[in-house]
Design a protein around this ligand. Structure first.
Ligand SMILES: [Zn+2]
Length: 102
């Protein structure tokens, strides 16, 4: 049997294929804390980095007030504040997995 950690990551991957989900939606669907989803995500990204048939997609957070998009953010989680206008109205990032097209 697979260790539980591995199983949870596998389930996250299955949910993300062809979808766009926030960590809240993943947590809700899997019945675990959002914090745990955020812990698993970097490993999911690593797993997908080795996969030649599909890739991890991050739909970045954006500022609701000025429209700034957090494209170059290294972390996967939601930023707390906009660097341009200091607003805290930031949309949640969403994650997905898409097939690689050649
Ligand atoms: Zn802003």
């Amino acid at each position: 049997m697979l260790p539980p950690e591995r199983t949870m990551r596998q389930r996250i991957i299955e949910l993300l294929i062809g979808a766009r989900l926030s960590s809240y939606q993943l947590a809700h669907t899997l019945g675990i804390a959002e914090r745990l989803i955020e812990d698993h995500l970097p490993h999911v990204v690593k797993t997908l980095a080795r996969d030649r048939t599909q890739r991890f997609v991050l739909e970045p957070s954006a500022c609701s007030d000025c429209g700034f998009v957090f494209r170059n953010r290294a972390k996967l989680t939601r930023p707390s504040r906009c660097p341009m206008c200091r607003s805290e109205e930031i949309t949640v990032p969403r994650y997905g997995i898409e097939p690689v097209t050649k």
